[in-house]
Design a protein around this ligand. Structure first.
Ligand SMILES: *Cc1c(COP(=O)(O)O)cnc(C)c1O
Length: 402
């Protein structure tokens, strides 16, 4: 039978407790979600600030809809690039102190496009990509498809990184994340930049790229992530990062910004090159102008900081209560708080029991996370109340200590 592997590999995944299922959400408001007929407190969303539900963001979306319609109608290099897209790119450049930025429909395609642009067999046959072991699948996938030699250093192990950085040839790139998507710790970008600067003087310096999907909107003095300059809310007390030390910065709008899509920012040459050469950009319809307008409204709210302050209060309250209750947490001071269960079936079992208690906490299993680190991935949000956090702690104690 043709394609019989479809069924056999699904059966194999199921037997290992690794089959993925989807749940359709009927309603999502104020930190609660409704699935089938039941309501749950939602600890599974990356909408860290609740901005997808904020009236000002929704109002901007609605204005955009009446001004530009629902779809952009074309690729950005045809007629899909509106003044709203341009204004959003300009906002990104201003807050991150970068000369140019480019919008993508998803972070997945932004990462792929970046890898393809910088490492193609014709123009850069010798370059290497070195990245943290826990780099997101969209980046790894993109890197594997290029001509680059890909190596990974042990997660946040800067001695291991330094050894490999020393050996990088010209036209290479080091990549890491601002806040790691599954562990919630930071990439210590300032330290990585120092290592690169120490080992490579002048022209052949490798570029440093940061995927800031989980830091943008959350970290930094004004909330704009790793390059924001400030050190407040800088989760591991890492030193501030200079914008010029990070040649490529990428982040998404689908998480803390509350809309969707992503950007890559860097030099004017990088962005002009991608506009010309990136198939992910040229052959893809741009996201709607209304979405760009809504994203700009979200950036303004991020800068004001009210939701960020609430999120950071919730993080502090969760980590303190968890410590008090003897729950084993990872070294994360971000909105991402994993609880390691060490086996996929256990993670599923905990997740199901939490659901019975009215809490939606997803089980994240291998291959999304390394083998034997299957986990509950709790995400906190500015929409949670103190009672929500207390309910979570109590439920975790019941489920784990049973
Ligand atoms: C979510 C995520 C992406 C992909 O972004 P999408 O806009 O969801 O496609 C890329 N990198 C990291 C670290 C992410 O968490």
């Amino acid at each position: 039978m043709s394609f019989g592997f479809l069924q056999s590999s699904l059966q194999q995944r199921d037997a290992q407790g690794l089959l993925r299922k989807r749940y359709s959400v009927n309603a999502n408001k104020d930190g609660m979600i409704q699935i089938d007929d039941r309501f749950y407190i939602n600890f599974a969303s990356n909408d860290y600030l609740g901005l997808s539900q904020h009236s000002q963001v929704q109002q901007a979306f609605a204005e955009g809809l009446s001004m530009y319609g629902t779809g952009s109608g074309a690729s950005s290099v045809v007629t899909g690039y509106s003044q709203e897209h341009k204004a959003l790119e300009d906002d990104i450049c201003t807050v991150l102190n970068k000369p140019a930025a480019l919008l993508f429909s998803s972070g997945f395609s932004a990462n792929q496009a970046t890898c393809h642009a910088l490492f193609n067999a014709k123009e850069n046959p010798q370059g290497h990509i070195l990245c943290d072991k826990y780099m997101h699948a969209s980046f790894i996938q993109g890197a594997l498809e290029t001509s680059a030699k890909l190596t990974r250093y042990r997660h946040n192990n800067f001695e291991h990184a330094a050894e490999q950085i020393a050996k990088l040839p010209p036209n290479s790139m080091v990549a890491t994340e601002g806040v790691f998507s599954m562990d919630g710790d930071t990439g210590n970008i300032a330290r990585l930049a120092n290592i690169i600067n120490d080992q490579h003087k002048g022209q052949a310096r490798p570029w440093l790229m940061v995927d800031d999907a989980h830091a943008f909107g959350v970290l930094g003095d004004n909330g704009f992530g790793t390059l924001d300059g400030g050190t407040s809310h800088n989760v591991n007390n890492c030193a501030a990062v200079k914008s010029e030390d990070v040649q490529v910065i990428m982040a998404t709008f689908g998480k803390a910004v509350g809309t969707g899509g992503a950007f890559v920012a860097g030099s004017q040459d990088l962005i002009d090159y991608m506009v010309n050469m990136s198939k992910h950009y040229v052959y893809s319809t741009s996201f709607s102008a209304a979405q760009a307008r809504a994203s700009r409204a979200a950036l303004a709210l991020i800068e004001q900081g009210e939701q960020r302050d609430k999120l950071h209060q919730n993080i502090t309250s969760f980590t303190q209560l968890a410590k008090h209750s003897g729950l084993a947490l990872l070294d994360s001071n971000s909105a991402i708080q994993p609880i390691i269960c060490a086996c996929p079936k256990k993670a599923l079992q905990y997740s199901a029991k939490l659901a019975e208690l009215g809490l939606w906490v997803p089980a994240i299993r291998t291959p999304t996370v390394p083998k034997n680190t299957d986990r509950l991935r709790i995400t906190l949000s500015a929409l949670h109340t103190e009672q929500d956090i207390q309910a979570l702690i109590e439920a975790l104690c019941i489920v784990i200590q049973q």
